[in-house]
Design a protein around this ligand. Structure first.
Ligand SMILES: NC(=O)c1ccc[n+]([C@@H]2O[C@H](COP(=O)([O-])OP(=O)(O)OC[C@H]3O[C@@H](n4cnc5c(N)ncnc54)[C@H](O)[C@@H]3O)[C@@H](O)[C@H]2O)c1
Length: 253
């Protein structure tokens, strides 16, 4: 990868996305910062670190919006060395009571949205001779969700839903499929699977579940971002199809 490297971060206005932008800026990357919300503040912070930063409007559920995001990144920088797929939403409640529209919303943003972003960078990464894709999965895509839904239905209402878990399990499977398909193109595709991270997404996280984290606390967005920055870096040239847990020991596989 020629210097300075270019990273495209989705969900850049959120807790983990902004932390990824900061970690990549610290590592010397120039940035395209895409989100459904405005990410001017995150861009200003990266510029204050001496980097270039391009804020972009994005709806990951729209193929046209995703393609416009990639086109704008290429127009600005001429290449995209890493895609960091952070945009996502959480969903709550029991499987028994989940409205169909809620299932569709969560799957559309977290799973289809992540796929559309991955798909849109394949051609430019192939053309430039390689790249990195880092997806954000979740412990909830591995562990069956809430540890004890049969004990406390109120707790269940404040824990991630089956739609969320299935969307993130899909992100994990997508990561391995893309890793295999793109390995010979020098495009590494990996994921980070965070446990509970303090952010806007987890303000209602139940105390009873927090107590189950072996590290004794929720994670910090910066702790996810450091692993993302590592997976985006050229040092990981022979690491692909990996899903790295960042969860304080809450789930091990
Ligand atoms: N916080 C946690 O505990 C945790 C744990 C595991 C995984 N994750 C995952 O990490 C990612 C970031 O989560 P976060 O905690 O920073 O949450 P967050 O809500 O702070 O950030 C999510 C961002 O995604 C953006 N977004 C939502 N829908 C979008 C769309 N249709 N198009 C474009 N952008 C959209 C939001 O505007 C927001 O800025 C998500 O994929 C989430 O599922 C979070």
């Amino acid at each position: 990868m020629p210097e300075p490297r270019i990273a495209l971060v989705t969900g850049a206005a959120g807790g983990i996305g902004a932390a990824c932008a900061q970690a990549l800026a610290e590592a010397g990357w120039n940035l395209a910062l895409a989100d459904a919300r405005e990410s001017f503040g995150v861009a200003a912070a990266a510029r204050a670190q001496g980097r270039r930063a391009l804020p972009l409007a994005l709806d990951v559920t729209s193929k046209a919006s995703v393609e416009a995001m990639v086109a704008a990144t290429l127009a600005e920088y001429g290449r995209v060395d890493a895609l960091v797929n952070v945009a996502g939403v959480v969903g709550f409640g029991s499987a028994a009571e989940m409205p169909e529209a809620e299932w569709d919303r969560v799957i559309a943003i977290n799973l289809k949205g992540s796929f559309l972003c991955c798909q849109a960078v394949i051609a430019p990464m192939r053309a430039q001779g390689g790249g990195r894709i880092v997806n954000i999965g979740s412990i909830i895509g591995k562990n069956g969700g809430n540890a004890r839904p049969w004990i406390d239905r109120g707790e269940q209402q404040r824990s991630s839903s089956i739609a969320y878990g299935v969307s993130k399990a899909g992100v994990h499977a997508m990561t391995s499929f893309l890793a295999k398909e793109l390995a010979a193109d020098n495009i590494a595709v990996n994921a980070v699977a965070p446990g509970p991270i303090a952010s806007a997404m987890t303000t209602a996280f139940p105390e009873a579940l927090r107590a189950l984290i072996p590290a004794g606390r929720m994670g910090r967005a910066a702790e996810v971002a450091r692993v993302v920055a590592f997976l985006a870096s050229p040092e990981t040239s022979f690491v692909t199809g990996e899903i790295i847990d960042v969860n304080g020991g809450m789930w091990m596989d």
